[in-house]
Design a protein around this ligand. Structure first.
Ligand code: GDP
Ligand code: MG
Length: 598
């Protein structure tokens, strides 16, 4: 009976279309949060989310809705991120729901992640409820967007609610549609417990907190549970829901979305996608879980203080609980010491991981420039995967280097097609086709090396289209390219962490650009520091950082106000992000300098 009154749904959309703001209005209208406690994007609880104005983590809340039919419903709402780097959060959220509220900006219309998220929802057999948001904007064209949803997504949008999350228009209508159109959860209340872990987080006091969706049975404090894939058993200490603060409840029942704690200190035992069951009366089969994500880019992560290596390992293990797309393996570098090769879904993901590790675990880190995985055919007929440029075998042993290509779909107003094609061409793109979506918007499709995309492609794309282009890409295949490894020497010593792979045609230019950039970034010292770029034994570019003269030492970096502000900001956080490599102090920016070349 209670089950009939549960509705589980995610809010999905392209970034900035108003998911988190809609979640705010729903929390408000259902009195889940009092006016006094209300603030914008309330569910974006991480400092990082608030500072950047983006959602990084999925966030589940339980709320009660008194519907027009006189009944009270329990809603489990999951707010999700919109950026492509965090789409794993979306797909895991959707697996816990029966419905998805699809928010589409009435001025922007359907965009890359709108489509991607709808497909995820349809894959999970969810009921999709379109909502056309921001109708308060003067540039809103709700009827046009309604048509676009029907044409481009192929779902019925005749009943799409016209809403303004900001102005609080249409919110009740959305909640009524959820009651009437999202199916109540099915599943047997009396069957043995079967719950899917869709997220987790490490808490120093409570141990691992599991976010679960109960698909069968019930779970309460004192129950003995088993994590089916890992085979470990625990006694439940607490169950509850977020409302939005954690609120202990007597029991979680079939259909519920909530949390379980069980003093789990062994981090290795918990994985998202695992099934929780009753230890003494287990369910027959585990749920199918989640597909593993393949990292798109890799980079090295090193503590600036070598003694913190074990702290970094522990931090990565804990963070991985809350960021299931992160991978890491120990590696070492002559220049940087012991660290980890980490895999990320994209550059934003990489940036967020470094920030979270530093803030949440009080570390000071250096990341090396991101790189893709190369497949190398060796002269002896064997193959080698190279995730780290420094490990590229000697050129004399290489028959061919294959690099990953992506299929890139760039949606852009037709005025900017020329600019987009010029950029793609410059980034070694191979033109595939161009489709007109309507009389204004064009979808331009290219095959482009992933390594070119992860550099500054997106920034360049945005700036050459006045921000109008959107990019979506997926890994396609590996293709042979004429690539070379470029080494960087500081003070005559090769710094392995600065090595990078470049197309041979751009090698000389990149070599010059990076040496010039390093000269700007690396602080002067009281001796001259030669900087060289080399392919094998051949030097392709060189410059020098002059020794400083005694009288200017103190003020040398504080002249430029922009730089000064940055320095102050860093000091405030107590982070240096500076590593001594031999006798040279190398700041974080130096390891990323290669991204600004080409
Ligand atoms: P999300 O990335 O989808 O979660 O989007 P947010 O909820 O963070 O909203 C992105 C921006 O759009 C914020 O500046 C919001 O204030 C704004 N916004 C959201 N809903 C509306 C709306 O209905 N009307 C207007 N004018 N702005 C909105
Ligand atoms: Mg958001």
């Amino acid at each position: 009976e209670r089950q009939k009154h549960i509705r589980n749904f995610s809010i999905v959309a392209h970034i900035d279309h108003g998911k988190s703001t809609l979640a705010d209005r729903i929390l408000e209208l259902t009195d889940t949060v009092s006016k006094r406690e209300m603030q914008d994007q309330l569910l974006d609880t991480m400092d990082l989310e608030r500072e950047r104005g983006i959602t990084i983590k999925l966030n589940a809340v339980a709320l009660k809705y008194h519907a027009k039919d006189g009944e009270t419903y329990i809603f489990h709402l999951i707010d999700t991120p919109g950026h492509v780097d965090f789409s794993y959060e979306v797909s895991r959220s959707l697996a816990a729901c029966e419905g998805a509220v699809l928010v589409v900006d009435a001025a922007q219309g359907v965009e890359a992640q709108t489509l991607a998220n709808v497909y995820l929802a349809l894959d999970n057999d969810l009921e999709v409820l379109p909502v056309i948001n921001k109708i308060d904007l003067p540039s809103a064209e709700p009827e046009k967007v309604r048509q676009q949803i029907e044409d481009e997504i192929g779902i019925d949008a005749s009943e799409a609610v016209l809403a303004s999350a900001k102005a609080g228009i249409g919110i009740e209508e959305i909640l009524e549609q959820i009651v009437h159109n999202v199916p109540a959860p099915t599943g047997d209340l009396t069957a043995p417990l079967k719950a899917l872990i869709f997220d987790s987080v490490y808490d120093d006091y409570r141990g691992v907190v599991l976010s679960v969706r109960v698909f069968e049975g019930t779970v309460k404090a004192g129950d003995r549970i088993r994590l089916m894939n890992s085979g470990t058993e625990y006694e439940v200490t607490e169950v509850g829901v977020n409302s939005p603060k954690p609120l202990a409840t007597d029991v979680l029942m079939v259909g519920d979305v909530g949390y379980i704690t069980a003093s789990i200190k062994d981090i290795q035992d918990t994985r998202v996608g695992d099934t929780v069951t009753d230890a003494s009366n287990p369910t027959a089969e585990a749920m199918s879980g989640y597909r593993k994500m393949t990292p798109m880019v890799y980079s090295g992560l090193y503590p600036t203080d070598n003694a913190k290596f074990n702290d970094l390992r522990e931090a990565l293990e804990k963070l991985q609980l809350n960021d299931a797309a992160l991978t890491f393996d120990p590696e070492s570098s002559q220049a940087l010491g012991f660290g980890f090769r980490c895999g990320f879904l994209g550059l934003l993901h990489m940036d967020v991981v470094q920030e979270r590790l530093e803030r949440e675990f009080n570390l000071d880190l250096i990341t090396t420039a991101p790189s893709v995985t190369y497949n190398v055919d060796l002269s002896d007929g064997t193959k080698q995967e190279v995730e780290n440029p420094a490990e590229m075998p000697d050129a004399s042993n290489i028959k061919a280097i294959n690099e990953p290509y992506v299929n890139a779909q760039i949606m852009v107003p037709n005025d900017y097609v020329g600019a987009v094609m010029e950029l793609c061409q410059k980034k070694r793109g191979i033109f595939e086709t161009m489709e007109y979506l309507d009389d204004i918007r064009v979808n331009v499709i290219y095959h482009i090396p992933l390594s070119e995309i992860i550099y500054d492609f997106f920034d360049k794309l945005k700036s050459s289209t006045r921000g109008y282009a959107s990019l979506d890409y997926e890994l396609e295949d590996y293709r042979p390219s004429d690539l070379v490894k470029i080494d960087i020497l500081l003070n005559g010593d090769k710094v392995d962490a600065l090595s990078f792979i470049s197309h041979r045609d751009f090698a000389a230019q990149r070599g010059r650009e990076i040496t010039a950039k390093l000269k700007e970034i690396i602080p002067r010292q009281n001796f001259e520091i030669p900087i060289q770029a080399a392919i094998g034994a051949k030097i392709i570019a060189r410059t020098n950082i002059r020794a400083y003269r005694k009288d200017v030492t103190a003020r040398i970096h504080t002249g430029d106000p922009d730089r000064r502000a940055k320095l102050l900001d860093k000091q405030k956080r107590g982070k240096k992000r500076m590593k001594s490599v031999g006798v040279v102090d190398v700041p974080q920016e130096a390891f990323m300098a290669v991204l600004q070349t080409g």
